[in-house]
Design a protein around this ligand. Structure first.
Ligand code: TYC
Length: 107
């Protein structure tokens, strides 16, 4: 059939085209902490040190930023890592009876 021939022809044309690989960076996500009135400052600093590997100075600075501005970025990660951080921080906060909220936003 002429239609089939056309397809074969198209296939050949495609095969001759130079490969143009489109490599995209994975989308990144900001992991953010939200302020609340009840979580102790020391607990937030502890979370930033342990889950986000900050030193005491940086953890204190970020905690105070969240406390005064309402929210703040703890780190920027690929989707899977951001989701895991959010889950672990929220579980840990609940396990310690604190309402601290961690969430993620597209970077
Ligand atoms: N606002 C809290 C307090 O005064 C401290 C706090 C900081 C809570 C950052 C949450 O993400 C937070 N104890």
């Amino acid at each position: 059939m002429s239609n089939d021939n056309e397809k074969v022809q198209n296939k050949d044309d495609l095969a001759l085209q130079e490969a143009k690989p489109k490599i995209r960076r994975p989308p990144l996500y900001k992991v953010v902490l939200i302020n609340d009135d009840y979580t102790p400052m020391e607990f937030v600093v502890h979370v930033l040190e342990n889950f986000f590997k900050m030193n005491r100075e940086k953890a204190t600075r970020i905690m105070l930023h969240v406390h005064t501005r309402g929210k703040g970025v703890c780190g920027i990660y690929t989707r899977d890592i951001a989701e895991t951080k959010v889950y672990q921080v929220n579980e840990y906060s609940r396990a310690n009876q604190h309402p601290l909220l961690c969430s993620m936003e597209e970077a």
